[in-house]
Design a protein around this ligand. Structure first.
Ligand code: HEC
Length: 175
């Protein structure tokens, strides 16, 4: 190979290597961008309200390291008693595609707002997954859901409307 030929080959190799480095830097940027977006979406869409212990009581100041580890206080209603899961462990167990399908398709128990999350765009679901996964595993699994009419062994909130007869007749009629 001539000297010019060798130089050309070297130049091409160097530029390919540079391109690859640039490409992986861009991929890392996109990933950290989606982690930030996931943190934002988790915060504004209220996941901590139910999945993080004492979030409302702390007025949203619970350290991020403790977010989304689940709450062992049940939500009891006609569906039985459900528990806001430990999403930190779940995000380690599921891969990203399975997470996206779960948010899009699952019809689970109240008060988890499945009907809202079913409409989430895939890229938002991915960003949430990447953020939660980046926090790492922490905490314990939450109790299994309890069937309707069975007394749970844990503390729980009761989510059933009381004194519906107090609605004015016109409102009660329309329900
Ligand atoms: C009003 C309370 C509430 C809010 C707000 C809430 N969740 Fe939940 N979440 C629950 C409960 C209760 C369950 C268990 C529901 C069930 O068994 O179907 C649950 C279950 C889940 C599960 C299934 C976990 C598993 O182990 O199978 C995922 C995933 C999840 N929530 C994600 C989210 C995300 C993401 C947000 C924020 C966008 C959110 N949740 C907001 C209460 C809530």
């Amino acid at each position: 190979m001539t000297r010019i030929g060798i130089c050309t080959v070297l130049a091409v190799l160097v530029s390919l290597a540079g391109g690859a480095a640039l490409h992986s830097a861009r991929a890392a940027d996109t990933n950290s961008g989606s982690i930030d977006k996931g943190r934002y979406l988790v915060t504004i869409s209220g996941c901590n309200d139910c999945h993080t212990a004492s979030w409302p009581e702390s007025n949203g100041t619970t350290p991020e390291a403790e977010w989304l580890t689940g709450v062992p206080i049940g939500w009891r209603g006609p569906w039985g008693t459900s528990y806001a899961s430990n999403l930190r462990l779940l995000a380690q167990d599921l891969d990203e595609d399975a997470w996206v399908v779960m948010l899009r398709e699952r019809q689970g128990k109240p008060p988890m707002p499945w009907m809202n999350l079913n409409r989430m765009h895939d890229d938002d679901a991915r960003a949430i997954y990447r953020f939660i996964r980046s926090l790492g595993a922490r905490g314990e699994r939450m109790p299994m859901a309890v069937a309707p009419g069975i007394e749970p062994a844990t503390p729980y909130f009761v989510l059933e409307p009381q004194h519906m007869e107090r609605l004015t007749p016109s409102v009660a009629d329309s329900n």
